[in-house]
Ligand binder design. Structure first.
Ligand SMILES: [Zn+2]
Ligand SMILES: [Zn+2]
Length: 320
């Protein structure tokens, strides 16, 4: 049971949600790292071997109920592969990347995915190419674009497209820079919190200049009263606040089990009243101040005080 306002609060919870990555994903990665056969029959067991072999930390944030693993474990696998530089060399087939992929070839690739789907390539766990609000797995985009350029057919699982890879750079150079799934708005509280945790733990997943969106957040399709929220905004605000409530300026009242100081991210102009989910409209508050901002008789004076006190905030244009 959470007393915290559903609109703005980060909800604490113990068991993290399992990711939907199939067993075959872990088997492929284990194969590519030369780890098989391991005799592991659960995602948990296999993922643990992979994470450790990549010198990444395996802890309770990595696993979930029923032998599954979390998004955090997937992040660590991706990160380990990226750091080890093995993601493009240890594959059965190596891809010969051109020095550039023309815009129109990528557009043709995206048209093909619209028409036929990304198969045989799989969904990406960390990055997406986003065009007109639709998400495309970067490996499929690159693979099909290469085929459009006359290259041979690329087998699934061959192309890695996380930050720092050739595929990522080719997409970025053509104007299709993959965006971190961490900063795609979501209306799932657990996914949102997992992402915030990832972003707080891995500073390289979030650009320091990240500010969020300048257009109103999409209404969630789940219920009429929740909004898709961006983990990047929450993580950025918590970082900027540095453990101090931005209203009363007192230190956060306690630490969370993971050691982070506990503050809640609040939208000064409420999302329900048209507020934007970006850093110009969000502050980190202690639980008392957060409740005051929502439930007290002085919500407007408190909002005005926040606008005066926090330079980053921008008052909505009405009235100014
Ligand atoms: Zn406070
Ligand atoms: Zn709030």
């Amino acid at each position: 049971m959470h007393r915290i306002c559903k609109l703005c609060g980060i909800l604490p919870h113990d068991v993290r949600k399992g990711s939907t990555a199939p067993m075959s994903f872990f088997e492929d990665v284990a194969n590519s790292l030369g780890l098989s056969p391991l005799g592991e029959e659960t995602k948990h067991g296999l993922a643990k071997h992979i994470v450790k072999s990549l010198d990444q930390k395996w802890d309770k944030s990595c696993y979930s109920d029923g032998g599954t693993v979390t998004q955090i474990a997937l992040e660590r696998i991706e990160k380990g592969l990226r750091l080890s530089g093995r993601q493009e060399t240890n594959k059965k087939q190596s891809v010969h990347f051109p020095t550039e992929i023309p815009f129109d070839k990528i557009q043709l690739s995206i048209d093909r995915i619209d028409r036929d789907g990304p198969a045989p390539h799989k969904a990406s766990h960390t990055y997406d190419v986003v065009v007109n609000d639709r998400s495309y797995p970067p490996p499929a985009v690159v693979a099909f674009a290469l085929e459009e350029m006359g290259h041979q057919i690329v087998s699934p699982g061959t192309i890695r497209a996380g930050k720092g890879t050739r595929a990522f750079k080719l997409l970025a150079d053509a104007g299709f820079e993959p965006v971190s799934k961490h900063t795609v708005p979501t209306d799932d509280d657990e996914i949102l919190e997992n992402r915030v945790n990832d972003l707080l733990l891995n500073s390289d997943l979030l650009d320091e200049a990240f500010t969020g969106s300048d257009t109103p957040p999409d209404k969630s399709e789940k219920t009429a009263s929740s909004y898709k929220r961006n983990a990047g905004v929450i993580a950025t605000i918590l970082r900027l606040a540095g453990g101090t409530c931005e209203l009363c300026l007192a230190a956060a009242p306690f630490r969370r089990p993971d050691g982070h100081l506990y503050l809640e991210v609040h939208h000064v102009q409420f999302l329900a009243e048209g507020g934007l989910d970006n850093t110009k409209n969000a502050v980190a508050l202690c639980p008392n101040c957060h409740c005051r901002c929502h439930y007290s008789e002085e919500t407007q004076p408190l909002a005005d005080r926040l606008y005066r006190q926090v330079n980053r905030l921008k008052k909505p244009s009405s009235g100014f």
